[in-house]
Design a protein around this ligand. Structure first.
Ligand code: PAF
Length: 294
């Protein structure tokens, strides 16, 4: 589909100039612009962000860009699942006005050399196991916020550390945007929806559900009065250990805002897990000390 073409009311832009033109034209009438940045291969989690943006904004832009700068060496950049045709249909059905689908050189032309450096919020969890990842995320999110200058930007709570790092950047660098972070959407057995679930074979998929079951068990223990971090971590590790195909990379109890290790498990803290399951690296988290927001 060519730049500037349309499906029903939805338009597609492949260049920064055409995306800006379309969003600026919409904003002329005073429209509130909502931005949903994604890497595509949509699932219900993405669609919930688009629907929220649709209900809260006058003009909804979705970006689809598998951002090479947030993938480390040996990670899944090349095989990251992609299905742009299906994504465009799903976005149109969710009432999206504009899909921005740039190529690599449009976002990072020859000579590009600037990057946003995150601080302590990005030092642990995925920041520790994926060096450079959050700098890549912040660099592309900063570019997208500057291209669209939305009033609201939508992210999922599944990527809790990403949301915290982006929140910090928005505050620190004074981006005039309201961050909306929406609850994780789950499969019936609790597995957090993720594009990377597509890598799972049937038995891996079955066993992967233990991640959320373990997090739920941790929350129940904390709600029942347990607050010792080591005990809560061990509870999660023991539960996950029942499923041999699920290999934890980290199990941490952190402050939900700063992502720093928490002294006690309870209100304002998260239990966060990353685990390898076959070819997939899955992450999930849960608020300890209170019910999960719906
Ligand atoms: O969460 C994602 O899909 C990506 O990290 C994001 C925010 C679109 C940046 O590439």
């Amino acid at each position: 589909m060519a730049t500037g073409s349309s499906t029903a009311a939805q338009r597609l832009a492949e260049t920064i100039a055409s995306a800006r033109e379309m969003v600026d034209a919409a904003r002329k009438d005073g429209a509130m612009v909502g931005l949903v940045p994604t890497m595509g291969f949509f699932h219900e989690g993405h669609l919930s962000l688009m629907r929220a943006a649709r209900s809260e904004c006058d003009f909804v832009a979705v970006t689809i860009f598998v951002n090479p700068r947030q993938f480390g060496e040996g990670e899944d950049l090349e095989r990251y699942p992609r299905d742009p045709e299906r994504d465009l249909e799903l976005a149109a059905a969710a009432g999206v006005d504009l899909v921005f689908m740039p190529g690599g050189e449009e976002m990072y032309p020859p000579g590009f050399e600037t990057a946003v450096t995150p601080g302590a919020t990005a030092s642990g969890l995925c920041g520790a196991s994926r060096p450079g990842h959050f700098s890549g995320v912040l660099t592309v999110v900063a570019k997208l916020l500057n291209i669209f200058t939305p009033g609201r930007a939508y992210f999922g709570w599944k990527d809790a550390q990403q949301a915290a790092v982006v929140a910090r950047m928005i505050d620190d660098l004074n981006f005039p945007v309201t961050l909306r972070v929406l609850p994780t959407v789950r499969e019936d057995d609790g597995l957090a929806m993720s594009s990377r679930n597509a890598y799972l074979g049937p038995e891996e998929r079955r066993q992967a559900a233990v991640i959320y079951a373990a997090l739920e068990a941790a929350r129940e223990a904390v709600l029942a009065g347990e607050s010792d971090v080591a005990t809560v971590r061990q509870l999660i590790a023991d539960r996950i250990g029942r499923m041999p195909l699920v290999e934890p990379e980290y199990i941490e109890i952190v402050d939900a805002r700063t992502m720093q290790p928490a002294a006690r498990a309870g209100e304002g803290t998260l239990a966060a897990v990353a685990a390898r399951v076959g070819a997939a690296r899955l992450i999930d988290n849960i608020h300890l000390g209170r019910e999960e927001p719906k």
